[in-house]
Write a protein that binds this ligand. Structure first.
Ligand SMILES: Cc1cc2nc3c(=O)[nH]c(=O)nc-3n(C[C@H](O)[C@H](O)[C@H](O)COP(=O)(O)OP(=O)(O)OC[C@H]3O[C@@H](n4cnc5c(N)ncnc54)[C@H](O)[C@@H]3O)c2cc1C
Length: 356
């Protein structure tokens, strides 16, 4: 069976980001790489959005960048700027196409559908297939989005609505998210933070149609693209093993309070590329323990006090929006952390800290 220097399990966001990073920095000229990916074809399957707080390789896959965003709870709206760290959306179809075109140029890189086709024995493995322990108390960010198009101009495409909590909450945390790509095109998403025990929550199509009609006051539109997904707001149980590094969701690259993962994946890829010559002895790349600790408390508060969460998210953005963006993107300093922590309702966070 064929042997490779490196094997990437899963050619999704993390697997392809890493292969691309290694390839463009010429780390695969004298090395062989197998990518194991079961999907039959690459096509647009999701949209990755984030505040661009660090550079990444995919500016040419950006659908749009915005410098303004809003958040609202019933009766209150906050308009905020993000000039320094614009909010960006990446089209996964363009991302897959760009990477696959580049990887095709190198004969040392081969795609396989099944791991059984190759030998794992003398390879270093980068694994992006998460092992998720099913626990019905775990919180997920689950969502469904329609990319809609109107005949006439309808949207203000200069500003996104990051979180609209002016909607039915049931016993969980629920908001809508609207990204206007142009004056007549937008992604409208219904998002829940919950343990997914209650299946009736999943009437996404009705929720979105109702929101578009009654909140956006729009009746004439067509749906161009639909995305649905669930991001685990808990860590997978993938273990670190000799000659193996977990990447992407499997490697704990999701920020548990927000679900943001894309830029952490890009940072991890850069870290691996810089250390590739001595990767077996390199330190594991992690989201800092500070954020893991704070997110754990935050999720504890969310589980116990779902009804308070719209106000908590809203208040996080009091003061400088850059501070909140840096905090949510794991780039804040101790003073910025404190300024966010001090905006939180003290008593319920203290109780969560002590597991109550
Ligand atoms: C719909 C959706 C929207 C998201 N939006 C955002 C966003 O806006 N911003 C953000 O920061 N994060 C977002 N995320 C979270 C995160 O960025 C993505 O989940 C991202 O794709 C994670 O990358 P990954 O490589 O870990 O997983 P994936 O991209 O899912 O890649 C894993 C790959 O492994 C393959 N695979 C599965 N089983 C096997 C197997 N047994 N052997 C080999 N390969 C296998 C799969 O086919 C897949 O290609 C989103 C997630 C989803 C699901």
């Amino acid at each position: 069976m064929k042997e490779f220097d490196y094997i990437i399990l899963g050619g999704g966001c993390a697997g392809l980001s890493l292969a691309y990073e290694l390839e463009i920095h010429k780390k695969l000229e004298n090395k062989t790489l197998a990518i194991i990916e079961p999907r039959n074809e690459y096509k647009r399957d999701k949209t990755w959005s984030f505040w661009k707080i660090i550079p990444h390789n995919f500016d040419d896959c950006v659908i749009k960048s915005w410098k303004n965003f809003s958040i609202n709870i019933p009766d209150k709206t906050k308009h905020l700027e993000c000039n320094i760290y614009p909010y960006q959306s990446i089209d996964s179809g363009l991302f897959y196409e760009k990477i696959n075109n580049k990887l095709k140029e190198n004969k040392n890189i081969i795609f396989y559908k099944n791991i059984k086709e190759i030998s794992l024995e003398n390879s270093f493995v980068f694994n992006s297939v998460p092992e998720l322990k099913i626990d019905e108390n775990n919180i997920w960010q689950h969502f469904c989005g329609f990319e809609i198009e109107t005949k006439k101009n309808f949207f203000d495409d200069e500003i996104i609505n990051l979180m609209d909590f002016d909607c039915e909450q049931k016993n969980d945390v629920h908001f809508f998210y609207t990204l206007p790509y142009s004056k007549n095109k937008a992604l409208v998403e219904t998002t829940w933070l919950s343990n997914m025990k209650n299946d009736s929550l999943k009437d996404y199509n009705n929720e979105i149609n109702h929101y578009i009609k009654n909140h956006l006051n729009l009746s004439d539109y067509k749906i161009n693209f639909k995305e649905e997904g669930a991001i685990p707001l808990f860590y997978p149980v993938n273990f670190k093993e000799k000659n193996k590094i977990n990447i992407g969701t499997a490697g704990g690259m999701t920020r548990l309070s927000t679900g943001y993962t894309f830029l952490n994946i890009q940072e991890h890829s850069k870290y691996i590329r810089k250390n590739i010559e001595n990767i077996s002895n390199s330190k594991t790349f992690n989201i800092s323990e500070k954020y893991k600790f704070l997110d754990k408390i935050f999720l504890q508060v969310l589980k116990k006090n779902p009804k308070k969460m719209p106000n908590i998210f809203f208040n996080m953005f009091y003061g400088s929006s850059n501070t909140a963006i840096k905090f949510l993107s794991n780039k804040s300093n101790i003073f910025e952390d404190l300024s966010i922590i001090l905006k939180m309702p003290k008593w319920i966070f203290i109780k969560a800290l002590f597991g109550k």
